[in-house]
Design a protein around this ligand. Structure first.
Ligand code: HEC
Ligand code: HEC
Length: 310
């Protein structure tokens, strides 16, 4: 037990600091720790990994690069605990308040926006301890649950295609992927454009990452449907197999550009207006012909963004 504790946190002052902070959150914990602390913390660390996988991993890696959001490796050394707690609870509020670090992050990862996370302070601390421990050990986060329930077999990709296009209904009532996503060869008229094309999904995401997304798509738009109607293990095998075989058929497919979401058509339109206004000012009196061409090019796009509104 002692071993697992050291393994997790190292015998350093950081760990002592965490423990003293954790104590802040409840006398019961302070009473509990001296007797049962190591066992408790070990269980908590496993809980943290599950929590991270469920709530954060669809957008964040620890140690293997930026995804939708920044790689969280080392973030606990960079930012204070108070900052992390307020940010994770409500990133948009921090951005609105003009917190310089939050404003920077929002600028860098736009149009992606991190949704508010309803976590208890204990859950938050356990996530921070997980990030800190992996960062210190220079290890990456590998999701435990992100495995297929069985090996892929012949016919899975085809079954996945029927699920994707809605020819077979998703058994728990989820909406067919094609409503919002395009996929190479998915249908005569292609798929919806609310979400990104998934032709390169298995290029953009490594296998366990993609499986984790199918198990738990923690994106606002998909969450609203799939939290209550998750894919079954079988459906995950079949759809994964489809996405994998699509990658094999399109090994050089371009990774889908930035994400799309219901609020982004509006945001995009706002940015377009702003950038046109900016161009107008910057180019006043010169390059008139170029400007007109650009405005002409951009206008139909504004129109198509509008049409994607529900
Ligand atoms: C839907 C995608 C998404 C999910 C889910 C998500 N995040 Fe984020 N996160 C982002 C984005 C994008 C940013 C950059 C700021 C912005 O644009 O909102 C970010 C920024 C952060 C930052 C600031 C990083 C830095 O460099 O300071 C932390 C910390 C963070 N997220 C933690 C979490 C944790 C913990 C969870 C799970 C409880 C989580 N996030 C879930 C997308 C997400
Ligand atoms: C109601 C619309 C909707 C449906 C239905 C839907 N998705 Fe999505 N999906 C989205 C949106 C929007 C995004 C982008 C989310 C974001 O970036 O915040 C997304 C993102 C994804 C991503 C990540 C793509 C990337 O490039 O980052 C994958 C993978 C994915 N969806 C798979 C699926 C699969 C498989 C299905 C069917 C089982 C499905 N989705 C059904 C709307 C939908």
């Amino acid at each position: 037990m002692k071993h697992s504790l050291d393994h997790l946190f190292g015998r350093n002052s950081r760990w002592l600091a965490i423990r003293s902070e954790v104590r802040h959150f409840g006398l019961w914990l302070a009473l509990f720790l001296p007797v049962n602390g190591p066992a408790f913390l070990h269980a908590q660390a496993q809980g943290a990994a599950t929590l991270f996988e469920k709530k954060c991993y669809s957008c964040h890696n620890i140690g293997s690069g930026n995804k939708k959001g920044p790689d969280l490796k080392g973030v606990t050394a960079q930012r204070s605990r108070e900052w992390l707690h307020s940010f994770i609870q409500s990133p948009a509020a921090m951005n609105r308040r003009g917190d310089p670090a939050a404003v920077d992050l929002f600028r860098k990862f736009s149009p992606e926006v991190m949704p508010d996370q309803a976590l208890s302070p204990e859950e938050m601390d356990s996530l921070m301890a997980l990030i800190e421990s992996l960062s210190n050990k220079n290890q990456i986060f590998i999701p435990a649950g992100a495995k297929l329930s069985r090996p892929i077999a012949a016919g899975d990709a085809e079954a996945g295609r029927r699920l994707f296009t809605g020819k077979t209904l998703l058994s728990r009532g989820g909406t067919a992927c094609i409503t919002c996503h395009d996929l190479d060869g998915a249908g005569l008229f292609g798929g919806g454009t609310l979400g990104p094309s998934l032709t390169a999904a298995n290029i953009k995401y490594r296998d366990p990452e993609l499986i984790a997304i199918l198990q738990n798509p923690n994106f606002p738009t998909m969450n609203s449907i799939f939290v209550a109607r998750p894919l079954t293990d079988e459906e995950i095998v079949q759809i994964f197999s489809l996405l994998q075989s699509t990658k094999q058929a399109n090994p050089t497919a371009a990774v889908a550009p930035g994400p799309v979401d219901l609020k982004f058509p509006l945001l995009g339109f706002g940015l377009l207006v702003l950038s046109l206004a900016g161009m107008n000012r910057a180019w006043k009196g010169r390059l008139r012909g170029v400007r007109e061409a650009l405005v002409g090019e951009n206008s139909p796009r504004a129109g198509s963004l509008d049409r994607s509104q529900p």
